[in-house]
Design a protein around this ligand. Structure first.
Ligand code: ADP
Ligand code: MG
Length: 477
């Protein structure tokens, strides 16, 4: 009906206006007691640690742990603070006034939460926390990695905190099982790798879950994409193009996938498959699935492949796969080829061409013994658009390509770029200078799809305005 695919796609009839749904308002569970304390600025000295250790051990001797576990976070903190004052008075400890607040907070954090990590976890501007042993803690803010003054007392305190994190998902981390993935209660993804594998002490990596997800309009304001480019993406999301988002680690693939899902009509039944639920779909008819790692005995693992296979039996209209890494690519492509139009996934690759190659090699590695041309035909028939995300040297994220997969010529998959980002250089401060350009394609391959949804005028306007360059910018506004 619309070019490549044999089967018509579902969806509602007639033109519908494309509207951006209201922002997500469902309250998220935030289990961690967030401390509002600012991040400490100076490194702590040994005296402070000695004092803290002394008070801490006295607190541990006196406190009723069972009673403490029954209290809510505020009560528990008050209880511990009262105890510290009592101890200080009884032992005639001289706690410098300046250190008092720190001491209260650190002891509470150690006993109740994630210790020195608490202030970092409470900050919403941080996207990643990376702990390389007790003495080195790095964070990523605005795409830039920086070292913090946060320290752990020693590696055993760090390992205890790792233990506390992974125990919440029923795992254990120690010498016999030193690698572990987990999730904080707020949805943040955690990886722990402990000695002896990590040579300089436990290594903890946290990809923080952002409650406030970026929207396409935000990406426009950051300069990740132009207004016209974003318009085209909205249409791609709505008119059920099959989309692969390609990019490196932390390039913004999941973020982009999430923004695209906002333009899906609310009547569609969507099944999402993820390693850890990051997507926040706004639609009412969504089934969210998550993979499961093996348990301590090495059993019970449910892989992405298992999930994608199963979700084909769930009568989905669209399938959305958080991260395609292995044999599930075959099932996703098959779904795309058999009427589940508008399916989407992300793939780790560095360019749209590279992405096509990756899909091919993932299929080859999964043991399907198919001729290369057949595999390519399958890919070319399934995928409509590849969107490339990249993290630039200066930490900014850009959408560098919106590329259509147009078909085959001989045994080569053909593509055409609708939008590309051209890097022109760097300014004195290292900021990347470049420009998003429309490539001037007269009519995209998915034009007929857009017309079916009544979006063809908007599509052509966006492309024309983009092609007219800065002079045409804002024509759509
Ligand atoms: N266009 C963007 N501009 C600024 N920050 C972004 C952009 N896209 C993503 N981010 C941030 O970058 C981090 C990594 O994004 P994510 O989508 O999880 O990457 P990936 O899935 O490619 O690993 C997140 O903290 C996210 O909020
Ligand atoms: Mg991701």
């Amino acid at each position: 009906m619309f070019g490549k695919r044999k089967q018509p796609f579902g969806g509602n009839d007639g033109p519908l206006k494309l509207v951006e749904p209201a922002p997500h308002t469902t309250a998220q569970t935030v289990a961690m007691a967030s401390s509002n304390a600012p991040e400490r600025t100076g490194p702590e000295d040994d005296d402070y640690y000695a004092l803290k250790a002394q008070v801490m051990s006295a607190v541990l001797e006196t406190i009723d742990i069972v009673k403490l576990s029954d209290m809510d976070a505020v009560q528990a903190r008050e209880e511990i603070q009262a105890l510290i004052s009592d101890i200080a008075a009884a032992q005639k400890l001289k706690i410098p006034l300046a250190a008092q607040e720190d001491l209260y907070r650190d002891i509470c954090n150690d006993m109740l939460g994630y210790g020195p990590l608490e202030p970092l976890l409470a900050r919403d501007d941080i996207s990643d926390i990376m702990v390389n042993g007790a003495r080195r803690v790095f964070i990523e803010v605005d795409g830039k990695v920086q070292q913090t003054s946060v320290r752990f007392k020693d590696n055993s305190q760090l390992l205890n905190i790792c233990q506390r994190i992974v125990s919440q998902v029923g795992r254990r981390v120690d010498e016999s099982s030193p690698i572990c993935d987990a999730r904080l209660m707020d949805g943040s993804r955690v990886n722990v790798i402990a000695p002896p594998l990590a040579i300089d002490g436990p290594s903890l990596t946290i990809r923080k879950f952002k409650r406030e997800k970026l929207t396409l309009d935000k990406l426009v304001s950051f300069g990740s994409i132009t207004f016209e480019g974003a318009e085209v993406l909205k249409i791609i999301g709505r008119v059920r193009c099959n989309v692969i988002i390609s990019g490196g680690t932390g390039s913004g693939k999941t973020t982009l996938l999430n923004t695209l899902t906002r333009f899906i009509d609310h009547e569609e039944r969507i099944v999402t498959c993820e390693d850890s639920a990051e997507l926040q779909l706004q639609q009412p008819h969504v089934v969210r699935l998550e993979t499961r790692p093996p348990n301590l005995e090495g059993q019970g693992e449910i892989t992405m492949y298992n999930l994608v296979r199963n979700c084909l039996r769930m009568r989905p209209e669209r399938i959305i796969v958080g991260e395609v890494r292995g044999p599930e690519v075959f099932d996703l492509l098959q779904a795309m080829n058999t009427g589940h139009d508008g399916s989407m996934g992300t793939i780790h690759s560095n360019s749209p061409r590279d992405c096509l190659k990756r899909m091919e090699s993932m299929i080859a590695m999964s043991g399907y013994n198919l001729p290369a041309t057949t595999v390519r035909e399958m890919i070319a028939g399934a995928v409509d658009v590849i969107i490339q995300a990249a993290r630039m040297r200066d930490g900014s994220r850009k959408i560098t390509h919106i590329t259509e997969v147009t078909g085959m010529e001989g045994d080569v998959i053909t593509t055409q770029d609708l939008f590309v980002y051209d890097i022109e250089g760097e300014d004195a401060s290292g900021k990347v200078i470049g420009r998003h350009k429309s490539t001037g394609i007269g009519r995209p391959n998915f034009y007929d799809r857009a017309r079916y949804y009544g979006e063809e005028r908007r599509l052509m306007q966006a492309l024309e305005a983009a092609h007219a360059g800065p002079a045409g910018f804002g024509k759509l506004g």
